[in-house]
Structures are given as C-alpha cells and as structure tokens.
Design a protein around this ligand. Structure first.
Ligand SMILES: Nc1ncnc2c1ncn2[C@@H]1O[C@H](COP(=O)(O)OP(=O)(O)O)[C@@H](O)[C@H]1O
Ligand SMILES: [Mg+2]
Length: 232
C-alpha cells in the first residue's frame, strides 16, 4: 500500500532523515520506533506531503505521491494525525469531525462508525474541542482523520501527553481499527504499547533505519529490549 524508497528529508538544506526505505502492506499495522529526535516526525511529514523530500520516492496505492501537497495526499486516502493533534479548539467536536471530511460531504455511515469507536465524542458532540481532556482530544484527532475515509491512517506518537491508562485506551481503539481492516502506520517512543498492536516495525536511529522485523522479533531483540523496553 505504501512504499517509501530511499527518502531523505530535513530542514534548510540539511537532511535529518537519510535514505530511509520501508513499506506498509494492506491490512498491516506497522510501527516506527525511535527515541526523541530520531526523525520520526520528519519522516512522517515527508511521507504525508507536509515536507518535500530532498530525494527518494513515496508511492501510495501504486502511484508516486512524492512531494504531493498534504491536502491532495489526504484525498488519495492517506490521513495523518500529528502528535500535536492540530484540532480547532474554538470549534465543537462535531465541527472538527465534519472538517475531517472536507472538501467532501461528511459521510453519515463513517460518522456513525467513528461515534461507535469513540462513544465519548458523541456524548461531547457540542463541546468545544479545546475544553476536552487530552485523551478525548486524541480520540477527536483520530476521529477527524477517519472522517476522510482513509485507506491508511498515519499516527505520530498518539500517546503524547497522555497518562498511561489513557494511552492504553488509545491503543485499544487502534486495535479495534486494525481488526476492522484499516492499515495503520504509527510512530512511537512508547514501544511496549505499540509492539502489542503492530505486525512489524522499524527502528529509526539518527535518521536512518537501524533495525527491522516482525513485532515478535523486535520484542526479543536485545538492542530493542535495552533501549526501548527498559530491559537490562
Ligand atoms: N522545523 C524544524 N526545523 C529545523 N530542525 C528541525 C525541525 N523539526 C525537527 N528538527 C530537527 O530534526 C531532528 C529530528 O526531529 P523529529 O523529526 O521531530 O524527531 P522525532 O519525531 O523522532 O522526535 C531533530 O534534531 C530536530 O531538532
Ligand atoms: Mg516526533
């Protein structure tokens, strides 16, 4: 579904991620593990059209989308949920969700699916997004992305700023989406949570892929265990 080949990207002419290649197949949940500053966000921005790669190619559903602006990438079925969520705080939950479908008309069945996944959003439908808790805002950011009816959902550190129990709930929702057949790409520092719901993963170190494997392989890799799972 997604093929990233030799992508380099960075800021002001200096690359932060270098020659990164990975892929995501239909129906898979794939994680990119990396510590703070490894380049996860930069990589995702380059994949999702928010930052033009300086070299390399991004293919989505067999088509070259390298450098295509984000709003066009979304319309092809690749939705990005940034770590900062970027909700409209002065707009209601409902309005934020509706904007997720823009420029298409919101699909009532999709809205129903989102509200089934996150009943809390239905309970808070008319509440201003900015007054919601961190966990609720995370649900809203994912719900808004789902309103674009994506084929691939890309989440950058979805547990940022969430208490551990709330982070676990966020991953439970991702697990349900995966069971419904959605393809998911997620960047995480909270590796145990991500490992539990993903099929495969890549470790990003200093802007380059250092290790790749199934989640089971990564979970038993001594480097992953000591650096990301806190196992000595
Ligand atoms: N807008 C920016 N301008 C310049 N440098 C940046 C910018 N955003 C990130 N960086 C740098 O790129 C590197 C990787 O950052 P980032 O992609 O955010 O990593 P991660 O998401 O893995 O924490 C860091 O050294 C960071 O300082
Ligand atoms: Mg980041």
């Amino acid at each position: 579904m997604l093929e990233v080949e030799g992508v380099s990207a960075g800021y002001r002419g200096s690359d932060v991620v270098r020659d990164v290649s990975f892929h995501v197949d239909e129906g898979e949940t794939v994680m990119i593990i990396g510590s703070n500053g490894a380049g996860k966000t930069t990589l995702f921005r380059a994949v999702c059209g928010l930052l033009p790669p300086s070299s390399g190619e991004v293919r989505f559903l067999g088509e070259d989308i390298t450098g295509l602006p984000a709003q066009k990438v979304v319309r092809r079925g690749l939705a990005f949920v940034p770590a900062e969520r970027h909700l409209f705080p002065q707009m209601t939950v409902e309005e934020n969700l509706m904007l997720g479908a823009y420029p298409e008309k919101p699909d009532p069945d999709t809205l129903e699916t989102v509200l089934e996944l996150f009943p809390r959003l239905g309970e808070r439908f008319r509440q201003l997004a900015g007054t919601m808790s961190g966990g609720e805002q995370q649900m809203l950011a994912v719900g808004r992305a789902l309103m674009s009816q994506p084929r691939l959902l890309v989440l950058d550190e979805p547990t940022t700023g969430l208490a551990p129990i709330v982070a676990r709930n966020a991953y439970a929702a991702l697990e349900r989406l995966r069971e419904q057949g959605l393809t998911i790409l997620v960047a995480e520092q909270q590796v145990p949570l991500a490992l539990a719901v993903s099929d495969r993963g890549y470790v990003l170190e200093n802007g380059a892929i250092g290790l790749a494997g199934t989640s089971a392989e990564l979970a038993s890799d001594p480097r992953v265990r000591s650096a990301y799972l806190g196992v000595v």
